[in-house]
Design a protein. Structure first.
Lengths: 309, 78
């Protein structure tokens, strides 16, 4: 390799490093933002959950068809992936977990449907001919309330019309900056345990926000003191769509935080690799330069020797 | 005076000590003062009027919501 081409290569590696370094920093900021958004509104989720506990503590049975389990004939999968790549194994992990789950539950094109957020998931499932109920992309980083509400309303409608008997949501749970896990939760029919898990899962295990443990889900012994207007069933009917929306909202934020942290780690690796590469190239460059100088000197001295003789 | 919180899923609109709050309950307009009995109700489309300390008031337009009055605080989820 000529000196010039090595020099060019070093320059291009360093340019790439600048880009990956910038992407790393941007992702770090965005990750914090998504985490903060989830934490800031945790009160809301807690209150809604507490109301649910109070209301359903006062009525026998389930009270609303949103909470009743039916025989599962058709399942709808709600999948959250990212629009863009360069995020390590983030999206492939989600898709892999879906494929595994589908195989386990015997789901195929006839007894499943999809609601998709993010282009990566859409590309995968539309190419393979699965039924897509709805698809959202370019949702940005600030959770778009209207679109997420639209998604949860759609689920409620499909469930009410008995087009699907179960809704599972698949997304990446943010555990810590270096650890994300593709998980699934059943959002419809609504189950206490699943809602509670979602709310508890908002706090990451480590990092800046892991210490916020101020909120507790209250116990509900005083439920008999409560008055319900117009009645517990009517309240439940209003409340359950709230809870559905909450689950979609937090899953989206978790997925976003995971996406950014995965991208951050991927970009950090890329920057480190670029450093290593440019160090190696510099060594080659110096060796080549030295070799050229040595060669020139020996040519000159060889020339002189020849003239002297 | 009691603590009132009005919150949407993505933001808290109001959280402060108030003297009274007036809102469109499903069974008709209602005004909540301190030491109200625990109650959960749905809210209709309308206006929530909050009386703060002194003469100050604040109003919020709502489409629908859920109101919870517990011993400690009053919460409106929109």
């Amino acid at each position: 390799m000529s000196l010039k081409s090595i020099k060019n290569k070093i320059r291009s590696v360093q340019k790439t490093k600048q880009v990956t370094k910038a992407m790393e920093s941007v992702s770090a900021v965005k990750m914090r933002k998504s985490q903060k958004a989830a934490l800031d509104t945790r009160h809301y989720a807690m209150h809604a959950f507490n109301i649910l506990k109070r209301v359903s503590g006062s009525i026998d049975g389930k009270g609303h068809f949103f909470m009743e389990e039916r025989d599962v004939k058709k399942t709808c999968l709600f999948v959250i992936t990212s629009d863009k790549g360069l995020a390590g194994s983030l999206n492939s992990a989600v898709i892999k977990s879906i494929v595994r789950e589908m195989a386990k539950n015997g789901l195929n094109k006839d007894n499943s449907g999809f609601i998709l957020i993010g282009r990566k998931g859409y590309e995968y499932f539309s190419k393979r001919g699965y039924k897509i109920e709805r698809y959202y992309e370019k949702l940005g980083d600030d959770a778009p309330i209207d679109l997420l509400k639209d998604a949860s309303d759609l689920m409620a409608k499909l469930y009410e019309n008995k087009e699907y008997d179960k809704f599972d949501i698949f997304y990446t749970d943010f555990i810590s900056t270096t650890e994300q896990e593709a998980i699934s939760r059943t959002v419809l029919p609504i189950k206490y345990e699943e809602v509670k898990k979602t709310i508890d899962g908002i706090l990451p295990k480590t990092g800046k926000y892991s210490k916020v443990r101020d909120l507790k889900i209250e116990n509900t012994e005083d439920v008999k003191l409560y008055l319900f207007e117009p009645g517990a069933k009517e309240i439940l009917k209003e409340l359950l769509p709230f809870l559905l929306n909450i689950q979609v909202y937090y899953s989206f934020l978790e997925a976003k935080a995971s996406e950014h942290s995965a991208r951050m780690v991927a970009m950090k690796n890329a920057s480190d690799k670029a450093d290593e590469l440019s160090r190696d190239l510099k060594l080659i460059f110096n060796k080549a330069r030295q070799a050229a100088i040595t060669k020139e000197i020996s040519e000159i001295t060889g020339g002189i020797e020849a003239m002297v003789k | 005076m009691f603590l009132l919180t009005i919150a949407k899923i993505n933001e808290t609109l109001f959280s402060d000590m108030v003297r009274s709050v007036n809102c469109p309950g499903s069974e008709g307009e209602m005004t909540i003062l301190q030491d109200h009995i625990p109650l959960i109700t749905t809210l209709k489309k309308g206006e929530v009027r909050v009386k703060l300390d002194g003469e100050k008031t604040e109003t919020f337009q709502i489409e629908k919501g859920i109101l919870e009055i517990s011993k400690r605080e009053v919460i409106i989820l929109l």
